[in-house]
Design a binder for this molecule. Structure first.
Ligand code: PLP
Length: 383
């Protein structure tokens, strides 16, 4: 099928699969063991760490491997709050369009008494800097804002937010999960203290990611133990880490022209959809990652449209999350000021390195053959 859901996950690259198999079959010993097989695994771990660090623009010692971005995000928040507990700086500031895992953590902490501020976004989905200026004061422990939104692809003003955070004596965390592999990513230049990434969004395996921790920040672990310099307990997931490193190498070796190629495919897909009546594209007026297109076909329910597309062998996704009691409209679109009927209609095409001209052609054929008639019926019914 034509896979247009790369923001959800990507297929592991052959290089990543080969590196994982090698780690499973050859370097399977415990990197903490002092015997030779253990030391062989330890060398592989050190080598993978330095390759991932090079890709992310950080020092190898700044990298803490985790089970993915969700764990990295949770670690960042807990560690930042722990670091300032003694001095009463406990406010968490995040955007209102963060990943559901981080939104859920913020809600849980809030219920436990942690003051939380959710920054509004504008109609294009960018964090409102004026609101951030107001909110980031002397009681803030951490400002946590994603680099690019997973639903809209919109880039957030993280450098400006890092400046505001630091001016107020707070720390800055960037969830860069949707940036890695899609745009140049350089931790040193980002200005953040903490950064999360996940391997499976850049053709690496699932269940592995990293938290980058700026040198000098004594990170309290979420999982206590002596691995990762006492910053993350548990025997290292060496196959996952080796696959992650191979995926980073591959992403680093991909020419910048390929990002432009993906942007051109996305733009073609978007422009052709936009010729249909009632189509609205989100985030089009601001900077976005190259691969993401978030739009709605009038008020046609996203699930209905996705079903039609899937019958034509094209898979994409909606921003809506399935919750008990029904499908919830996307919190991202609601935060952008969209009414619930629009938020329920929003769907996302996300392209990847393996997307081709032919894929876009097939997706457009499906849109024009299977979705456009529904849209015309809806327009006729409204007249
Ligand atoms: N943060 C963002 C922005 C994401 O898009 C995702 C992907 O699902 C995550 C965090 C969670 O990553 P993981 O699946 O590695 O926990």
């Amino acid at each position: 099928s034509v896979y247009l859901d790369h923001n959800a996950t990507t297929a592991p690259a052959p290089e990543a699969v080969a590196a994982m198999l090698h780690a499973l079959e050859v370097a399977w010993a415990n990197p903490s063991s002092t015997h030779e097989p253990g030391q062989q695994a330890r060398r592989l771990l050190a080598e993978a760490r330095s390759r991932v660090a090079t890709f992310l623009g950080c020092q190898p010692s700044e990298l803490v491997f985790t089970s993915g971005a969700t764990e990295a995000n949770h670690t960042a928040v807990h560690a930042a709050l722990a670091a300032t507990r003694g001095i009463g700086r406990q406010r968490l500031v995040l955007s209102s369009v963060e990943h559901p895992g981080l939104m859920a953590l913020a809600a849980r902490l809030e219920a436990e008494g942690v003051p939380v501020t959710r920054l509004p976004v504008d109609a294009d989905g960018r964090v409102d800097l004026a609101a951030a200026r107001e909110a980031i004061g002397a009681d803030v422990a951490l400002v946590s804002v994603m680099g690019a939104n997973n639903e809209t692809g919109v880039l957030m003003p993280v450098a400006e937010l890092a400046e505001l955070a630091h001016a107020a004596g707070a720390r800055m965390h960037v969830d860069a999960t949707q940036l890695a592999g899609k745009a140049a990513l350089d931790f040193a230049a980002l200005g953040a203290d903490l950064m999360s990434v996940s391997a499976h969004k850049l053709h690496g395996p699932k269940g592995v990611g990293a938290l980058v921790v700026r040198k000098g920040f004594a990170l309290a672990p979420l999982l206590a133990g002596r691995q990762e310099r006492h910053r993350r307990g548990g025997t290292e997931n060496l196959p996952g880490i080796a696959g992650f490193a191979a995926a980073c190498d591959r992403a680093a070796a991909t020419p910048a022209a390929d990002i432009e190629r993906i942007a051109a495919l996305r733009d073609r897909l978007e422009a052709s959809c936009a010729t249909l009546p009632g189509v609205q594209v989100y985030g089009r007026r601001v900077a976005r990652v190259a691969n993401t297109c978030c739009l709605r076909f009038g008020t046609l329910d996203a699930e209905l449209v996705l079903g039609r597309l899937e019958r034509a062998d094209v898979v994409a996704s909606s921003g809506a999350a399935c919750a008990a009691g029904g499908t919830q409209p996307s919190h991202v679109l609601l935060a952008m000021g969209e009414p619930s009927a629009h938020a329920r209609a929003a769907l996302r095409f996300s392209l990847g390195r393996d997307s081709t001209d032919a894929h876009v052609q097939q997706a457009l054929a499906a849109v024009h053959a299977a979705v456009a008639p529904l849209l015309q019926d809806a327009v006729a019914a409204a007249c």
